[in-house]
Design a protein around this ligand. Structure first.
Ligand code: CTP
Ligand code: MG
Length: 229
């Protein structure tokens, strides 16, 4: 049941337009990435955290980690130009054949029951991702004209965390690198090798903070979660 987690945090947050890495934005007076770190800090199944960062953010992140007394063993890794590179760099530091989770530092609302289910599924099947059924009707469009309406019942919006046997994710990243394949998530690299990825149904509150309007949702979700706990 134990796992190690890689948290890619080395982005710039361009779409958020905050003039700094969006992970420093505070929700209820606490930086986004600290909300995320706290969840793994408090999960007894989490053995170690690898935080992929931009070198410019190192000092500020370190001081917040001290300020908020994150206790778990935490290793900084220098990230790369793309998210995939940031994960790859952290993956090189992982030892042992257990389960590795990859989770966007920009998704601060993940909750333990979903992590547990995800890890159990990866232990059984090798690779698992959290996902929710798509609510909107999705159409394929070219040059402003609808080409096709995609059958909704087979569409899932994929989130993180994503969980893998360490050896499988290492192999997938190496294979993608060899073939200059760039995916938008880690599961896609496993799929690219022809291996199966299982879906675990997650919840709609596990949003990624991407654009400014997400911050209003973030405050509402946090209030709701605080009421429950
Ligand atoms: N990330 C990373 N290394 C990169 C790019 C992104 O570790 N080279 C991380 C981000 O910090 C974030 C997660 O991957 O936690 C998901 O990426 P995204 O939401 O796209 O964040 P940013 O890349 O920072 O935002 P943007 O694309 O708007 O610049
Ligand atoms: Mg990005």
């Amino acid at each position: 049941m134990g796992y190690q987690v890689i948290l890619p945090a080395a982005g710039k947050g361009k779409r958020m337009g905050a003039g700094k890495n969006k992970l420093f934005i505070e929700i209820n007076h606490v930086p986004v990435f600290i909300h995320t770190l706290r969840i793994f800090d408090q999960d007894e199944n989490c053995n170690e955290i690898f935080l992929s960062i931009h070198p410019d953010d190192r000092e500020e992140m370190s001081s917040f980690i001290k300020k908020y007394s994150i206790q778990k063993k935490l290793t900084f890794v220098i990230g790369g130009a793309e998210r995939q590179h940031s994960v790859y760099n952290a993956l090189q530091k992982i030892e042992g054949e257990s389960i590795v989770l990859v989770h966007d530092a920009a998704r601060p609302f993940i909750q333990k029951p979903f992590i547990d289910k995800l890890v159990q599924t990866a232990e059984r099947l090798g690779a698992s991702v959290l996902a929710v059924p798509v609510k909107d009707t999705i159409k394929k469009v070219e040059n402003g004209i609808v080409i096709e309406t995609v059958e909704r019942s087979s569409l899932w919006a994929i989130q993180t965390p994503q969980a893998f046997r360490v050896s499988l994710l290492l192999k997938a990243h190496a294979f993608a690198k060899e073939n200059a394949y760039l995916g938008t998530d880690d599961a896609s690299l496993v799929e690219y090798m022809g291996e199966k990825v299982a879906i675990v149904e997650g919840d709609y509150n596990n949003i990624k903070l991407t654009t400014p309007e997400d911050l209003a949702f973030a405050n509402a979700i946090l209030q709701e979660q605080n009421k429950q706990s």
